[in-house]
Each structure stands twice: as C-alpha cells, then as structure tokens.
Design a protein around this ligand. Structure first.
Ligand code: AMP
Length: 306
C-alpha cells in the first residue's frame, strides 16, 4: 500500500469496500466530491484529519443528480490536477476513490424513461437503477424546486458511498447548505452510523465562494458575481443592526444582485435546521440564494445567528 501522503487510488467499489473493511480498527472520514478540486475542497479534506485517523476522498461526477438539461457534459474535470492538489494537503489522503460508474450493475434491463417526468441523466442513459433516497420535505424548496432530480440523486449517491466506504464521519461544505442539511437528516432518519460535519464556506480573497463552476465565469461575470457575497453581507449587517423583517432583507439582496446584472433563481430566508421560510427573524436563520451570471448558476448563503 502506498504512503499516506500520496494515498492510493481505488476505482472499483468492491476493492474500496475491502480496503475499508481491512482498516476497521481505524476511524475513517469520507469527503465526497465531484472533483475539479479547489482550495475549498482542500480545506474540507484537511479538516477531515481532525475527525478520523484515515481520510478517503471520493471523486465522482454523479449523473443521477443532473437533469438532461443541466451541465453534466460540461461539468469541469481534471483528475491529474486533482491528484496533484491532493498531494499538497497537509497529512495527505489515504484513499482517492474514483469510480468510473457507480450505477453499473452488469447485465440489467434498461428502463424506458420516455415520457417520464423529472428524469436524470442516469435514467436517460438507460441504467437499470431504480432505487432512490428522498428526504421529502427538506428537498422541496430552493435548489430542489429549480432542480427536481438533484437532491434525490445526491442523497442516493451519498447513501451508496456510505455503504461502500462505511465511514465513521463524513464532511460536507456549508456552501451547499441545503445538501448538508438533507444528508444530515437522511443519516438520522435511516440510522446510518455516520457523523455528519458541516464545514464553513471557503471564499476567494474578493469574497466569491469557491466553486468548481467559477472557472466558467468570464472575467466580467466573475466581477459581477461579487455582488452575491456583498448582498448577503449587507443583509446580515442590516439584521444585526435590528432589521428583522425578511421581506426587507430579501429586497436588499435582490436589489444588489439585479443591479449587478445577475438573474436570481431564488433568495430565501429560512430557519437553519428545518429550512422553513420565516417572515420575521426570531431565531437563527440562513439566507440562501442561487443566481445566474450568464450560463453559470452559483449558490451561496450566509448564516445569521440572532
Ligand atoms: P462538489 O465537488 O462541488 O460536490 O463539493 C464537494 C464538497 O465540497 C461538498 O461538501 C461541498 O459543499 C464542499 N465545498 C465546495 N465548495 C466549497 C467551499 N467554497 N467551501 C467549503 N466547502 C465547499
């Protein structure tokens, strides 16, 4: 087995499970990613060392969370660069789990998905997969409204990864806030023996939340996208200074983003755990937004702990 700083690459799910079982006397942290790693991912992976003895990073662009109209085919990837970046993480990683296809079950009858509503790229490609994890209420709003198959795909692939890697702890970025809450609820509801850790958003120096999709922004769009964090910070300051009406706070966000030329998908102020919309801030909330700049959809959020 290779040294820890380098890690070993496993592409086969059965080998991954065998490795995990052989390491059962150690604690294992899993960091699921879709690759094209940036410093946000690397900080998350570094944090994993504080929670377990061994760190597994999965790199897998999951087709079941993309609708055919979404950006699966253009989702950026550069596995060699990812490996080089992982080697810079203090403490390294123990395994890079890079499966080619997590939904390949050998000879299976393909489903006919013609005419089916809300089909993902996975079903469209004719996989025989038909078992889904749904976190019914938490997945409904925000990103779930705009991307109807998204959270079903995320929860399902994370459940599969948990079954394959059998981690003691798994780390998720709060950048994908709704996703983090959904996975946390799935683990509770289905008794997965995994502790879920939410990790703070890592931003570039100019405030833009790091994202694999940022490379697809033109320089001008990137400049305009700074309005996202600016607007969220403005709303948070206003709330801290006593403006507790969510409609007024939302207007601050919407105005700033629209002025910069962003096309808002949603802006919601919700209770942090239940993700229920609130009208007046009385307990900790989070402002969640998704905005289009050109062809790129960015999400971001800010917690307000009043
Ligand atoms: P992705 O590859 O985009 O699916 O992200 C993999 C993990 O990294 C998810 O848990 C994300 O929430 C997390 N992540 C992505 N970007 C950031 C960021 N800027 N700060 C913190 N975590 C992040």
């Amino acid at each position: 087995m290779a040294r820890r700083s380098q890690g070993i690459i496993i592409t086969d799910k059965y080998q991954m499970r065998t490795w995990a079982r052989s390491m059962r006397h150690n604690s294992i942290a899993l960091v699921p990613t879709m690759g094209f790693l940036h410093d946000g991912h690397l900080s998350l992976i570094q944090e994993a060392h504080n929670h377990a003895q061994l760190v597994v990073v999965s790199i897998y662009v999951n087709p079941s969370q993309f609708a055919p109209s979404e950006d699966l085919s253009t989702y950026p990837s550069d596995f060699d660069a990812d490996i080089r970046k992982l080697m810079t993480v203090p403490g390294g990683v123990d395994v890079i789990f890079h499966p080619h296809n997590l939904y390949d079950y050998g000879v299976e009858s393909a489903m006919d998905c013609a005419g089916m509503a809300n089909v993902s790229c996975l079903e469209e490609s004719g996989s025989g997969h038909e078992t889904w994890v749904r976190v019914e209420r938490l997945e409904k709003g925000m990103c779930g409204r705009s991307r109807p198959v998204f959270f079903r795909g995320v929860a399902t692939v994370v459940a599969k990864l948990f079954n394959i890697v059998d981690p003691d702890v798994a780390l998720f970025g709060k950048k994908d806030y709704q996703q983090w809450r959904i996975i946390d609820r799935m683990v509770r509801d289905l008794d997965f023996p995994v502790k879920i850790v939410g990790f703070e958003i890592v931003r570039d120096a100019d405030g833009l939340a790091m994202s694999s999709r940022n490379v697809r922004l033109s320089p001008i769009e990137r400049q305009k996208a700074l309005s996202i964090n600016r607007s969220l910070s403005k709303a948070k300051s206003a709330a801290e200074q006593g403006e507790l009406n969510c409609k007024s706070l939302k207007n601050l966000v919407v105005d700033e983003i629209q002025e910069a030329g962003g096309e808002l998908d949603y802006a919601e102020i919700v209770e942090q755990k239940s993700l229920e919309a609130v009208e007046e801030i009385k307990s900790p909330v989070v402002i969640l937004i998704a905005v289009w700049f050109g062809k790129v959809r960015l999400i971001d959020n800010i917690e307000i702990n009043i």
